[in-house]
Design a binder for this molecule. Structure first.
Ligand code: SAM
Ligand code: DTB
Ligand code: SF4
Length: 381
């Protein structure tokens, strides 16, 4: 049995479906991706070749790989809530919540949302069929005074039987462990784009800051949710680099949101795209398909930007291997595709909601008998 790269060899010159099928056949003779070591990570050149495939060949490969790892018609559904809105000290060029753009966007900043309001929203999300509740805060990082608040939210939302996700900005090592100990299932921290394009997007933090927090979250045993925004004026090279960054991680993120930029008037990147024109939707779908092939065991999420898409465009995105989406009429500050439209679309496509699977393990303190050194570990589930 070969342990070479298990992903299908890539067709560059032929559209012949039989050839593509024979490649997919070889795949079943090789090891599964979950047994791959990091040394076998996909190359940047392979990712570039995938992006260049004829669209139908790419979608077929992505859908075939999707079916090898997931139930084909099951989707994971998350609901988002902004628990602290606006006046963020970071200057992300796409974001309505940055304090740097507030005079132009006119976004009204709000204090932390009261715990009972958050729990009421979580109950509503559960009743409408979401399995995960994602709470977002417009912080550079949580302060020490914020930690009891977020820990309480994790405990109370988990008690409802929902999976929990938070996105709070940078975390210290200690904060990562506090969240893990409270039972947080996922931490969302997007790389957003390539290292090369990053400086065009934000100046108040670095790509390495982002990678450091992701590594800390991973070390604390919390599932990683990390994705991108497509359509910010980046090139295909940047999209290739971003996929490479994730696919070559020792363990790629369990959840990968592929946001399509919501161009918000008053933000530097929103204004740029509104005047220069938006990226064709098919390139976003290509990015989803390549992500699915390169990170075959990750959930790939349709995130921001669905509101502007037709049913058929969204169906193609699911065909490309997406198997998760944000549900509910609002994202953080912008409109999402409406809940009633999503219910109808799911019925029409025959998609079913994945049940909740909250993480049950918690960090425990381990004391080394020889050195008496104390360390915290998350026992495997
Ligand atoms: N402050 C935290 C942070 O940046 O990690 C959490 C909140 S932040 C709003 C979460 C993510 O939303 C960002 O990383 C970005 O990928 C996405 N996002 C924000 N504004 C967006 C927009 N206009 N269009 C698409 N995605 C957007
Ligand atoms: C992610 O990747 N996308 C979500 C979630 N993670 C936090 C946020 C989308 C925000 C879209 C713009 C807004 O509503 O402000
Ligand atoms: Fe702040 Fe997050 Fe918006 Fe950046 S994306 S300005 S960090 S809320």
């Amino acid at each position: 049995m070969s342990i070479a790269d298990p992903r299908p060899a890539i067709q560059t010159s032929s559209n012949n479906p039989l050839e593509t099928n024979s490649n997919l056949q070889t795949q079943s003779d090789t090891v599964t991706h979950s047994k791959m070591s990091n040394a076998q990570a996909i190359s940047r050149e392979t990712i570039a070749t995938l992006f260049d495939l004829p669209f139908m060949d790419l979608l077929l490969q992505a859908q075939t790989i999707h079916r090898q790892h997931f139930k084909p018609n099951e989707v994971q559904i998350s609901t988002l809530l902004s628990i602290k809105t606006g006046n963020c000290p970071e200057d992300c060029g796409y974001c309505s919540q940055s304090g740097h753009h507030r005079k132009k966007t006119g976004l009204q900043a709000e204090k932390r949302l009261a715990i009972d309001k958050v729990i009421a929203a979580a109950k509503q999300a559960k009743a409408s069929g979401s399995s995960r509740f994602c709470m977002g805060a417009a912080w550079k990082h949580p302060s020490d005074q914020d930690m009891p608040y977020v820990v309480e939210l994790i405990r109370e939302v988990k008690a409802l039987g929902l999976e929990t996700c938070m996105t709070l900005g940078m975390l210290s090592e200690q904060q990562s462990w506090q969240l893990a100990e409270a039972g947080l299932d996922y931490y969302n921290h997007n790389l957003d784009t390539s290292r090369r394009y990053y400086d065009e997007v934000v100046s108040t933090r670095s790509y390495d800051d982002r990678l450091d927090t992701i590594a800390q979250v991973r070390a604390a045993g919390i599932h990683v949710c990390s994705g991108s925004i497509v359509g910010m004026g980046e090139t295909r090279e940047d999209r290739i680099d971003w996929v490479y960054e994730l696919a070559s991680m020792a363990v790629p993120p369990e959840s990968i949101p592929v946001n399509l930029l919501v161009p918000i008037r008053g933000t530097p990147l929103g204004d740029k795209i509104l005047s220069e024109g938006q990226l064709p939707v098919l390139e976003w779908i290509r990015t989803i398909a390549v992500t699915r092939i390169c990170c075959p065991t990750s959930y790939v999420r349709l995130s921001a930007g669905r509101e502007s898409l037709s049913d058929s465009e969204q169906a193609l995105a699911f065909m490309a291997g997406a198997n998760s989406f944000f549900y509910g009429d609002k994202l953080l500050t912008t409109d999402n595709a409406s809940q009633s439209n999503d219910d109808r679309l799911m019925r029409q496509l025959g998609l079913i909601a994945q049940p909740s699977r909250p993480r049950i393990s918690q960090a425990v303190m381990v004391i080394d008998a020889m050195t008496a050194q104390r360390s915290e570990v998350i026992p495997p589930v």
